[in-house]
Design a protein around this ligand. Structure first.
Ligand code: PMP
Length: 390
């Protein structure tokens, strides 16, 4: 008889290792304080960096779009699923990013998968940072390109890989703009200089840099003043932008190619009208987001310095993603549970998402947090840390 026994055994193994993670079910929207089992909890794990999930103008745009277009788009983009708001969104994104064109996907994950799988063929080579996001890894796996992985931010290894790659048709260097588990920033100026030296393309995934780095959150290319020198910029509409979706900002020829080749684009129904309209409205909101982004960075600097002053290791963090490195997976999850008892939700992240001995509780600071919120979290950290780490 068919049985799921092997799955059950694997789950039991995860439980024994303290790595089993049931879903946490929330009863409110993702603001700074969220409701869990009827209790208000300080949220320090959401990617809602600027608090835009609750922006009144964006909510209004979604409601108006539902009234005008209905709740679904009815088709993939290449049939009847390209509405005028999808087209406008792409034009606005390209303008925002300073590129010729942009193409929207249903998520950042599918953007990476679709773009990498389309651009890389058997005669190409892809050179990827070892800590790049899972969607990049999966996108690369879908291709027959030669793969080379360099140690995290190791520019000597990158150069060596580029040197060995002269015989390939296309060379593409892929990096996250901001690394999601450590909160550090890619050395993009060096990557671009090396890519130029060896005639390679540069591909940056700005999921955690969109709305966070650069003027009005234009991303890491803008942050480093590298406009025109980064060939592929992936962005997400799911994190700081407050809705859901992903996009690639690129040359027109790349967009035209992807429209014909990118499988998640071709074979999956387009963003709902409400989502497309929300994202369109968000681009306008981002245009005036200077104060919000300044608040985000001020909060991040305050929180990180205080966490360090309490004696915790925040790793390489230099953005609003601030991990507290614990090490052992079971201890990490216990730490996260204790924080929740104190009223603070900060996600425990363990192997295989990070190395076995690099379990961490990942804090994400947002522009919505008040100084009192951050002090509340610091107090909880201090108390939980005493129980777990001493
Ligand atoms: N890239 C990176 C670096 C990410 O952190 C994420 C989200 N975890 C994604 C891509 C996927 O984005 P989305 O949530 O829009 O699918």
């Amino acid at each position: 008889m068919a049985s799921w026994n092997t799955l059950q055994q694997e789950l039991e193994q995860l439980q024994m290792e303290g790595r089993y993670r049931p879903l946490t079910v929330w009863e409110s929207g993702s603001g700074a304080w969220m409701t869990l089992n009827g209790r208000s909890v300080l949220q320090m794990s959401s990617n809602n960096y600027l608090g835009l999930t609750e922006h009144p103008g964006m909510k209004e745009a979604a409601i108006r779009a539902i009234e005008k277009y209905g709740v679904g788009s009815g088709s993939v983009r290449t049939i009847t699923g390209t509405l005028d708001i999808h087209d406008q969104l792409e034009q606005e994104l390209a303008r925002f990013k300073g590129t010729e064109a942009a193409l929207v996907f249903q998520s950042g994950f599918t953007a990476n998968q679709g773009v990498l799988a389309s651009l890389l063929g058997p005669d190409d080579v892809v050179i990827s940072d070892e800590l790049n996001h899972a969607s990049i890894i999966d996108g690369i796996r879908l291709t027959k390109a030669q793969r080379k992985v360099f140690a995290h931010k190791d520019m000597d290894q990158l150069e060596a890989a580029l040197k060995e790659s002269a015989g390939f048709q296309k060379r593409i260097v892929v990096t996250d703009g901001v690394f999601s588990m450590d909160g550090d920033i890619a050395p993009l100026p060096t990557i671009v200089a090396l890519a130029e030296k060896y005639d390679a393309f540069v591909y940056v995934d700005d999921a955690h840099a969109s709305g966070v780095l650069g003027k009005n959150g234009k991303g890491s290319t803008d942050h480093f003043g590298l406009h025109g020198r980064v060939h592929i910029q992936i962005g997400t509409l799911s994190k700081a932008v407050g809705a859901v979706g992903g996009y690639v900002a690129c040359d027109q020829v790349v967009k035209d190619y992807l429209i014909h080749k990118a499988r998640p684009f071709l074979f999956s129904t387009s963003q709902t009208p409400a989502v497309a309209a929300t994202c369109l409205s968000a681009i306008q909101v981002l245009g005036q987001s200077g104060d919000l982004i300044a608040k985000l960075w001020e909060n991040a600097a305050y929180f990180r310095s205080k966490v360090q002053a309490l004696g915790f290791d925040t790793g390489a963090s230099e953005t609003p993603i601030i991990p507290v490195i614990v090490g052992n997976p079971a201890k990490t999850m216990q730490f996260s549970d204790l924080l929740l008892q104190e009223g603070v939700y900060a996600q425990g992240i363990v192997y295989p998402t990070v190395a076995m001995d690099k379990g961490r509780v990942r804090f994400i600071v947002t522009a919505q947090h008040t100084r009192e919120d951050l002090d509340f979290a610091l107090h909880a950290l201090h108390k939980a840390g005493k129980q777990i780490l001493e």
